[in-house]
Design a protein around this ligand. Sequence first.
Ligand code: HEC
Length: 129
Amino acid sequence: MKRFFIFGLAALMSFICVSLVSASPAKRYDEATKTCRTFDQDSFWWGSGAKTFRSTCKSCHTRGGEGGFLHVESKTSRAWSRVFFEKYPKCAQDGSWDSLTMDELLKLNDYLYRFGAFTYDANDANDCG
Ligand code: HEC
């Protein structure tokens, strides 16, 4: 009986762990500001991060555009955060992002992190419920 209970507990724990890693993230740690950002409505596809992506980034990052095609799933969550923390892309260094405020960049990073590659899990209530 006791062994059965332990096995059940282990199964439950691993189920919880698996759902934690596969579900869309609910928050992220921002290395630049050293803060934990909890995603709200603004990080969704109708929020300001998504709007910035469409209005600013997408002006160059379309198929055939000068920056090449980029969409939210072009990178994983962590890879997107690296883009904003290290600012390694050519466009970040040549001033193409200069019109954006710190707050807009943080929200853009939130949105891209929230919906980055492999974050969608159709079996998770957070994503389809
Ligand atoms: C004025 C045009 C322009 C704008 C606006 C722009 N980019 Fe770029 N971006 C470029 C160009 C040009 C490159 C270099 C492409 C190459 O080397 O092939 C680039 C490269 C990149 C790369 C590296 C490419 C890769 O596949 O890893 C990333 C990431 C990126 N941009 C993200 C962004 C984000 C996020 C925004 C919005 C904040 C943005 N860009 C806005 C022109 C732009």
